[in-house]
Design a protein around this ligand. Sequence first.
Ligand SMILES: [Zn+2]
Length: 284
Amino acid sequence: MVSTALTHGEYHQLSEHLGRVVAPNPGPMTGAGTNTYVIAKDWQRGPVTLVDPGPAIAEHIDRLLDLFGNRLVRILVTHTHSDHSPAAARLVAETGATLIGATPAADAAYQDELFKADQELRDHERLDCDGVSVRAIHTPGHVNNHFCFLLEKDRILLTGDHLMNGSTVVIIPPAGVMKDYIESLRKLLDYDIHQLGPGHGELMDDPKAIVDWTIQHRLQREEKVIAKLGGMGPASLEELTPAVYDDVDSALHFMASMSLWAHLIKLETEGRARQNNEHWQLTP
Ligand SMILES: [Zn+2]
């Protein structure tokens, strides 16, 4: 296989029907940058579908238009965070491509407020991308309007931010729900998947092992939340975060505190924890 370095703006073919261009938005939450995936059957002349066009960065949008602008017919989005969907607006305006995704609730935080799907996704629906069969799988958790896309012949699952390569996904309540996240991980085990194509980072082999590990990692973190809550007594999110995430760089603690909040809400939903005046404790 050719080199698939995560270099901004370079196009890489990943499989028979899948390619990738990385957006120039590297960072602690985005790794090397957002992966914009490209789906086509006839790479020389045929119609092209993009998955996650990326952030509204002119350099990235210009590159996508140079490469595929005259053949772009369809844009899919896994979800509508600012690093995944905002480039769609200009691409649609310049090409007339059909925008397919799940429009976020009007009051949703941290979402692409301009996003409005031409076609709303339904769970398990099969999309015919000009001869490439793509299965849309609703995977709420990271956010409630998140979908993964399975290229059924290549057996590659485009995971958006449901699974990343090299870092743990942040769950930000209320649109992010930890209980849903873990259930959406288990849901992937029902599908025939050979590789994962994350929204950030390289393709990943052995999907089942990655999904199992990720579920275990979340449940172990939950056990640590319970242990620290038991030891500390009533504690605020700010007090709990450094205790529960003592293995994580403190520069990432604010984002970690969002996932901690999501864990606490899960425990509250299950009757195992409760809060009073923004202090959390275990249910006696
Ligand atoms: Zn996201």
